[in-house]
Design a protein around this ligand. Structure first.
Ligand code: PEP
Ligand code: MN
Length: 340
């Protein structure tokens, strides 16, 4: 349920409504928007809040229509902005996250970090814990990889994002990085979603390989209902009958999510197409279709990459992408975010 406060209600009114909801045994989640103050009470039904509607300052109490609540635009009409250092994701500028699929060495990571920074990227990506389809594939450098990410941030000033694959790794990963990535394979790992919901580090939640948009929004609801509202949603391609690309990029997810949710939307064209040549057109399309940013794989020598080499952009490829992206982003009124 949503309790909407009157425009002229006071903080004392709000306090009394919050206490009344708590006394009834429910969890009030106040949200102060520019237009209105509302209190979400996601665990209450229509009959549970009897009497609250009569309290001073309450305009109305209405149910939330969809299944997702805290992620919904009905709860929070204005778009959310996730701030990571000086970078605003979901703000006026289009954001680019880039870097290797996996952290492989100091030189590989630092070289890539320097290059993407000089080309205008905003966030450095790199996997330290890799969830691989085969148990015999490279599983990542683990904590040493996290140390290298922290060193790259130290040198370049770029915030860093990396994947966390298990609840008990959340405290460790939070010590080193700025954004936690939940991978596609873990989108419905509810213990992991709860664990990242209990910290304050921003989370990029990737859409599951075979998940609907509604399922992704409900996965985000797990994170937010545990207390972390710094969430971004990432479309990275879904599995279809088409084999020409690794997955099928669901670009229509951008306007659908934007209509239903206030959370920022990031497109991952690399895992969507799996083929280097197709990454740039999909990145440009993402900017044109209203995404808040992209996350792309870049490697100094893709042929030698331990994972996802065929979809990784070369350094010149990334520079070219950034040049053309700047044009498309500006043309649709969402210029690349500043790197100052
Ligand atoms: C990745 O970002 O390298 C990755 C494994 O992505 P996904 O979870 O989307 O497959
Ligand atoms: Mn990858």
């Amino acid at each position: 349920m949503i309790i909407e406060m009157k425009p002229d209600s006071t903080l004392a009114d709000l306090g009394r409504v919050i206490s009344a909801v708590e006394t009834l045994g429910f969890t009030p989640r106040p949200h102060h928007g520019p237009q209105r103050t509302v209190i979400g009470v996601m665990d209450a039904g229509a009959r549970d809040l009897e009497g609250v509607g009569d309290l001073a300052g309450v305009a109305r109490i209405t149910p939330l229509a969809g299944k997702s609540k805290l992620v919904s635009r009905d709860f929070r009409p204005e778009s959310s902005v996730v701030k990571v250092g000086k970078v605003q994701i979901g703000g006026p500028g289009f954001v680019v996250m880039a870097g290797p699929c996996a952290v492989e060495s100091h030189d590989q990571l630092l070289g890539t970090a320097r290059h993407i920074r000089s080309a205008g990227a905003h966030v450095l990506r790199g996997g330290a814990f890799k969830p691989r389809t085969s148990p015999y594939s490279f599983q990542g450098m683990k904590e040493e990889g996290l140390r290298l990410l922290a060193a790259a941030r130290q040198e370049t000033g770029l915030p860093v994002i990396t994947e966390v694959i298990a609840p008990d790794l959340v405290p460790l990963v939070c010590r080193y990085v700025d954004i936690l990535q939940i991978g596609a394979r873990n989108m419905q790992n509810y213990a992991l979603l709860e664990a990242v919901g209990k910290v304050r580090t921003p989370v990029l939640l990737k859409r599951g390989l075979m998940s609907t948009i509604e399922e992704m929004l409900l996965a985000a609801e797990y994170i937010m209902s545990n207390g972390n509202d710094q969430v971004m949603l990432c479309e990275r391609g879904i599995r279809t009958f088409e084999r020409a690309t690794r997955n099928t990029l669901d670009l229509s997810a951008i306007p659908v999510i934007k209509q239903q949710s206030h959370l920022p939307v990031i497109i991952d064209p690399s895992h969507a197409v799996g083929v280097r040549e197709f990454v740039e057109p999909m990145a440009l399309a993402a900017a044109a279709a209203g995404a808040d940013g992209i996350i792309v794989e870049v490697h100094p020598d893709p042929a030698q990459a331990v994972s996802d080499g065929p979809q990784s952009l070369t350094f010149p490829g990334f520079t070219g992408l950034m040049e053309r992206l700047a044009g498309v982003a500006a043309a649709v009124g969402r210029p690349l975010a500043s790197t100052a």
